[in-house]
Design a protein around this ligand. Structure first.
Ligand SMILES: [Fe+2]
Length: 369
């Protein structure tokens, strides 16, 4: 396809939008593929009714029962499942190891801090850490305080770094920022805390099989290779910005897997050009279902949101900022929200249990009050 245009349009997307008009971006592959910008007198979010299943969802994970140690499934498809997991503070008596043979596990620490014992060494985490545990890597999470994780399970392939294209290999984050497993610290930590891990719970086909040993499983004395667990903290992410024009969400891609991407939105200055579009734009993300997990900060583009909430915006549902955010933007100079986005190629299913914390009127929040 080649570039073509009709009627009134701007020469640069997200810029110089005529007064009292709105821009809607319609993009393939999460705005990384074919894309067009439509200028409209009113946003497509001005519906007065929606009937049917293609509705956006807002879930309050804070309302979920704390079922310690259980992976509470929230949304899923054939490539990825998202879970909410609470873990109690460390107690040496009941420590087991876990091995996920169903996929690669990316934990995002929403609350808490601690360490992860792995066969490759000790990892550290705190609020805002991603912990990437490749498929079948045995690990034990040792929490210093009660901890909550968003778990992103990739079922059809490993996590990879994003394609950084024209901004170079150190953009958004430097691979040197990865937290690496430390074998020496693993053995010191085991000794200091009198830890002996004798049981491994292995998950395959969502069923648990228990392997029991008579001495500690974490006994590696050395290793080499390019397959190992790692961490990445949000403070090591350097958001890309343009003073002149709003950058697409793909600029915030943190990890890529098969059938989905994980992006991190972090506090950053807003565009300073007078004619630049400053709020998150109205758009149709044609190919992806979008999940946003609200971790921290002030979520200025949406009404009535608090940390620990999650939204699901399915493909086919045009969306953008809430009316109140559009009005309030003039005084804003920066965003101060931290959110994790998971964009999935296959449509997401909602676990029936998770529907219990669904806010059924969310779709009405775009309607002017
Ligand atoms: Fe979106």
């Amino acid at each position: 396809m080649f570039q073509y245009s009709q009627g009134r349009h701007t020469t640069q997307g997200h810029k110089a939008i005529p007064e009292n008009h709105f821009e809607e971006e319609q993009g393939r592959k999460g705005f990384f593929g074919q894309v067009s910008h439509l200028i409209k007198p009113e946003p497509s979010t001005r519906w007065v009714n929606i009937e049917g299943n293609l509705k956006p969802h807002l879930f309050d994970i804070v309302e979920m029962k704390k079922n310690y140690g259980v992976w509470q499934r929230m949304v899923f498809n054939s490539d990825v499942s998202l879970y909410n997991v609470w873990l109690k503070p460390f107690s040496a008596n009941d420590m087991n190891a876990f091995r996920n043979a169903d996929g690669d596990t990316l934990y995002f620490c929403h609350i808490g801090e601690g360490h992860v014992l792995t066969e490759y060494g000790l990892l550290e985490f705190k609020k805002g850490s991603y912990i990437s545990i490749p498929k079948c890597v045995t690990h034990t999470i040792v929490c210093q305080s009660e901890s909550q994780f968003l778990v992103i399970e990739s079922k059809t392939g490993a996590y990879r770094e994003p394609d950084r294209g024209m901004v170079g290999k150190n953009a958004f984050y430097d691979p040197a920022a990865f937290g690496k497993p430390n074998l020496e610290q693993l053995h010191e930590f085991k000794k200091k805390n009198n830890l002996e891990i004798l049981k491994i719970l292995a998950k395959r086909n969502s069923e648990i099989t228990t392997f029991t040993y008579t001495n500690c499983y974490f006994d590696t004395v050395g290793w080499k290779g390019d397959f190992w667990p790692l961490t990445l903290h949000i403070s090591d992410l350097m958001p890309l910005i343009s003073a002149r024009v709003h950058l697409p969400p793909s600029a915030h891609t943190t990890f890529v897997a098969n059938g989905f991407v994980v992006c991190t939105f972090l506090p950053r200055p807003l565009e300073s050009d007078a004619d630049a579009l400053k709020v998150p734009f109205y758009h149709q993300n044609i190919d992806y279902d979008e999940v946003l997990f609200y971790h921290d900060g002030n979520f200025f583009s949406r009404d009535n949101l608090h940390a620990g909430m999650m939204t699901l915006h399915p493909a086919g549902f045009p969306h953008g900022p809430h009316p109140k955010a559009v009005k309030g933007i003039a005084t804003k100079t920066h965003t101060d929200e931290v959110a994790v986005m998971i964009d999935t190629w296959q449509n997401l299913n909602i676990d029936p249990e998770f529907m219990k914390v669904d806010k059924p009127d969310y779709w009405k929040s775009w309607m002017s009050k």
